[in-house]
Design a binder for this molecule. Structure first.
Ligand code: 4AD
Ligand code: MG
Length: 468
């Protein structure tokens, strides 16, 4: 076969001039035709749309044509011609075809007909070849680009915090342990406690639940930073919104208070959603058509509306009023309790009908590092609540006073000796600062309209599932 430059299908479909001979490579989606001609729908992942390849059977070996089945990979040299068929304006008149990889129709797990999302999760190694997951993963890439661009344009530095850590930032005790110890032969001391001095790090270590604490160290030097990396939580919650391994974006900014923090969060999410509308319309239109008719109008409304800012106490009052007026929730609501997803969604979807930033939560239900309010009861926390999702962002202004922070650490029984480096920021040149964490997959749930978080990450890790 002649060696020609390969052109991406995304670029071929944009061509306005015809007659040139090019090479195209991709995976066969379907083949149909008659006794004299075959029409092959080819996809190379560069765009959701397929390219039509027209092959006059008289010009090709019958054995080669037989190998061109759904899932096979082919290389085609052919002429770009104007198409008068439906749904496309260019197609390729094939001159030479080489089969790079066959796919036995009897065993290839993806058929032409649509499959359920549940089935596709079982073949997560092949699901990127479907329209749905091609769209989701192209959008996922675009959101990562939007995030880096947003922060770079605003003078933030991308700071890499460790994946392996000895501190539990959220204090929720949901960490996966990292060890090289022989689990069949664990050494224990006289009190029956495990002796970690011989473990790889000489102490107990785990996978991080958040890069925040190290992010704060960086903010006290570089001013404005963000992290963007994998985080791990051994929460045994099998919900459509929780993963054991998820990606989190955590900006941290010196001199910001909670109001600056809320504005940053609002600007940030709007920027990402607008990026999707500006750059991913083909994929969004596909997802809207197949999964969620209101997707695009919902994205547009978030870009245009102003997020509500509401103290927790006020939020609880609205929820209690709803209960008094006959609304039933599965979980009880009252001042001091953490809000369940149903409560968050009630505020966003039923009451305000737009995103809500809930602030000033009771200190008992929030992490040790949050700035304490004068009232002695609440902290300067902020959760951003979204339609269909519930909590998409969690953050706060940080407690910058050494004494108040140390007291809180003691009250919460966090081992003080492990926190010396964190407390040093408050000892030396402490400053007001604030930050938050955006769950990358929660953002993707919102932007793609997918209903289950397992369908917006290539290889989901959840309880009892670490396949692929
Ligand atoms: O609210 P969280 O626990 O906050 C923190 O970790 C802070 N250290 C962030 C900070 O202030 N720098 O988590 C932040 C976000 C949540 O709002 C949610 O979007 C996401 O991370 N998240 C999860 N996403 C998927 N699966 C899970 N198990 C998640 N847990 C939290
Ligand atoms: Mg949270």
């Amino acid at each position: 076969m002649d060696k020609l430059n390969r052109v991406r299908i995304a670029d071929i479909l944009k061509m306005q001039s015809f007659g040139q001979t090019i090479n195209v490579k991709g995976w066969v989606r379907t083949k149909r035709g008659s006794k004299t001609v075959s029409f092959i729908a080819l996809n190379d992942g560069t765009i959701i749309h397929n390219l039509q390849i027209v092959a006059e059977l008289a010009n090709f070996d019958e054995e080669v044509m037989k190998q061109i089945t759904t899932g096979a990979c082919i290389s085609v040299n052919g002429v770009v011609v104007e198409s008068f068929g439906q749904g496309q304006h260019v197609e390729i008149q094939a001159k030479e075809i080489e089969v790079l990889g066959t796919a036995d129709p009897l065993t290839y797990p993806l058929q032409k007909k649509g499959h359920s999302l549940e089935y596709l999760r079982e073949i997560a190694h092949l699901r990127p070849r479907t329209n749905t997951f091609g769209a989701v993963f192209r959008i996922r890439h675009n959101m990562a680009m939007a995030i880096h661009t947003f922060f770079h344009e605003r003078g933030f530095y991308y700071f890499h915090t460790p994946i392996i850590t000895a501190s539990d930032c959220e204090g929720a005790g949901q960490m996966f342990q990292v060890t090289t110890m022989n689990l069949y032969d664990l050494k224990k001391d006289e009190n029956g406690a495990i002796d970690y001095t011989n473990d790889f790090f000489g102490k107990q270590a785990s996978l991080t639940v958040s890069g925040q604490l190290e992010g704060e160290l960086a903010a006290m030097a570089l001013g404005a930073v963000y992290t963007f990396g994998p985080t791990f939580r051994a929460e045994n919650s099998n919900t459509p919104r929780h993963l054991a391994e998820f990606w989190m974006i955590e900006p941290e900014v010196a001199f910001n208070d909670i109001f600056d923090n809320m504005q940053l969060a609002e600007d940030f999410i709007k920027y990402c959603v607008k990026w999707a509308l500006d750059n991913c319309m083909d994929d969004l239109a596909f997802l809207a058509e197949h999964f969620d008719k209101e997707l695009i109008s919902r994205l547009q409304s978030v870009v245009e509306c102003e997020f509500v800012r509401l103290p927790y106490t006020e939020g609880v009052r609205i929820l209690e009023e709803a209960v008094a007026n006959g609304h039933t929730f599965e979980f009880p609501v009252g001042w001091g309790t953490d809000l369940a997803s149903e409560h968050e969604r009630f505020l966003v979807e039923n009451h305000f009908k737009k995103p809500v930033i809930l602030t000033d939560y009771p200190k008992e239900i929030k992490a040790f590092y949050m700035k304490q309010n004068e009232d002695g009861k609440t902290v300067r926390a902020m959760d951003v609540l979204f339609p269909k999702i519930g909590e998409i962002i969690g953050g706060s202004e940080r407690e910058s006073d050494l004494d108040k922070l140390s007291k809180r650490i003691e009250e919460m029984n966090i081992p003080m000796k492990d926190m010396w480096w964190y407390l040093d920021t408050r000892r030396f040149g402490t400053a007001p600062h604030a930050g938050f964490g955006l769950g990358f997959e929660r953002l993707l749930l919102f932007v793609t309209g997918m209903a289950n978080i397992r369908d917006v990450i290539p290889f989901p890790r959840t309880p009892n599932n670490a396949e692929f």
